[in-house]
Design a binder for this molecule. Structure first.
Ligand SMILES: Nc1nc2c(ncn2[C@@H]2O[C@H](COP(=O)(O)OP(=O)(O)OP(=O)(O)O)[C@@H](O)[C@H]2O)c(=O)[nH]1
Ligand SMILES: [Mg+2]
Length: 440
């Protein structure tokens, strides 16, 4: 395949930056950057100096994984350089000058999948593992990734192959069945279908319970324009992420920031101030903020002395009110905000932050399961369609139409195959023969 390159680490100042390359016959393509150096030994860290016109550029560690024993199945080279973003960019541009094009998002994983190095399920577990907001969710995804037979869909597959093999055995070898009541085909098949239905429903409901607009504990800063939402956003993140200005209507889009706390991530969102506006773009920002209120775990309604406003609508989202700019004036006696703060002088911020931290901790303390779960919406949809075909098979079996039941199950099998790529015909027949000891 045509060679590709991408930075694996973010382009921010950090001690080490990593570039990854994949393709056929890689070393000869990048060797001009390392004149006179022989091809590095496979899977050993080699200290090298890339040069340009004889000038050393950086000191890097290079790892070479020759095909097929690599992440993608092709030659893979990783270059660990000093993590200055400009250094990484320059090395990237030199590599691209050797005819190696920038990788598209997900292209390394796609090549791993195409070359049989990564199953679709593992790819999705990997994605969940990387984006997990808590360590327990990371472990849950890692269990599926490192022990694929513990993935719920594998457990399902095992039961389903049992069911299909029972069906085929009953069809092909009826004379080998015992005639006692408990092993009556309908009875056995129905109980296998019921157990698959229960398992599928349980997995879908676990997935739905965990499915939220934002995977982390999420907090939205909303309120009238100019009340200091963006100033508080920056204070909470301890970084000047959002623009702050004395002009109302500064923030228009939804801004996201993340704090990685020991027990899980806190996602904080800054939004456009609520007011009626003729500006179309500002109106879009306000509509977005309005919609987000119902999707977050906590709303912080931020007021200030210039335009104190109560929340102009009802929401089921837990809400705390903040009186900001307390350095200018205290809240009126009629109002009783949950927090009185000043983003400018930092007054009250410690108490606000400690409340946000304990709310985040409480949120995650209820979510400590490390059991493997479905990894994606795609898997949940495949499982829902599969459940429908199980229901049809159950109905058909109850009405005595054995053939119709089997064709519904075959349809279910195709859904699992398409969605997950799991079941081969040999597997079913292997099990027909091994489990039923037909002696034929
Ligand atoms: N005195 C004082 N001024 C503040 C405080 N917090 C913010 N400001 C000022 O208030 C102005 C508006 O602040 P922003 O943080 O941009 O307010 P905002 O709510 O994000 O505004 P919009 O994005 O327009 O809705 C800026 O000039 C800030 O410097 C505070 O605690 N005290
Ligand atoms: Mg703002």
């Amino acid at each position: 395949m045509e060679p590709i390159v991408a930075p694996v680490t973010a382009l921010v100042p950090q001690p080490v930056g990593i570039l990854r390359l994949s393709g056929d016959n890689l070393w000869p393509k990048i060797s001009p950057l390392f004149p006179g150096h022989p091809c590095p030994s496979p899977r050993k860290a080699t200290l090298l100096s890339p040069t340009l016109n004889g000038l050393p550029l950086d000191t890097v560690l290079l790892l070479f994984f020759p095909s097929p024993h690599s992440l993608t199945g092709e030659d893979v080279i990783e270059i660990h350089c000093h993590g200055n973003p400009q250094n990484i960019r320059f090395l990237l541009s030199l590599i691209e000058l050797q005819g190696i094009r920038p990788a598209k998002p997900g292209e390394f994983s796609l090549r791993s999948y195409k070359n049989g190095k990564l199953s679709l399920l593992k790819a999705e577990s990997l994605h969940r593992m990387i984006s997990a907001p808590t360590y327990s969710e990371f472990l849950s995804a890692h269990t599926s990734f490192s022990q694929p037979n513990r993935h719920p869909l594998y457990a399902l597959k095992e039961q389903f192959v049992d069911l299909l093999s029972s069906f085929y055995a009953f069809l092909d070898y009826p004379e080998d069945l015992d005639s006692d009541r408990d092993s009556h085909p309908h009875h056995i098949l129905l109980s296998q279908i019921h157990s698959l239905q229960t398992f599928s429903r349980h997995q879908i409901s676990l997935f739905k319970k965990n499915q939220r607009a934002f995977s982390s504990f999420s907090i939205l800063l909303a309120g009238p324009p100019n009340s200091g939402k963006s100033s508080l956003f920056n204070r909470i993140l301890q970084s000047d992420r959002a623009l702050v200005s004395p002009f109302p209507g500064t923030t228009r889009d939804l801004l996201e920031g993340r704090l990685s706390l020991p027990f899980g991530d806190l996602l904080i969102l800054d939004s456009a101030g609520f007011r009626s506006s003729d500006d179309i773009i500002e109106g879009m920002g306000i509509a977005k903020a309005r919609k987000t209120i119902s999707q977050v775990d906590l709303l912080l309604w931020v007021n200030s002395p210039e335009s104190p406003t109560t929340l102009p609508f009802h929401t089921k989202t837990k809400t705390l009110t903040i009186w900001n700019k307390a350095d200018l004036s205290p809240p009126p006696p009629s109002s009783s905000p949950d927090f009185i703060v000043s983003a400018r002088t930092r007054k009250g911020l410690r108490s606000l932050l400690s409340t946000l931290t304990s709310l985040t901790k409480n949120f995650y303390s209820n979510q400590q399961s490390t059991d493997p779960l479905l990894d994606s919406e795609r898997q949940a949809k495949a499982l829902s369609s599969f459940l429908k075909s199980l229901n049809l098979a159950e109905q058909a079996l109850n009405s005595g139409t054995f053939d119709l039941a089997l064709s519904s199950l075959e349809h279910g099998r195709h859904l699992l195959e398409d969605g997950i790529g799991l079941i081969s015909t040999e597997e079913i027949y292997d099990r027909v023969f091994s489990r039923f000891c037909l002696g034929k």
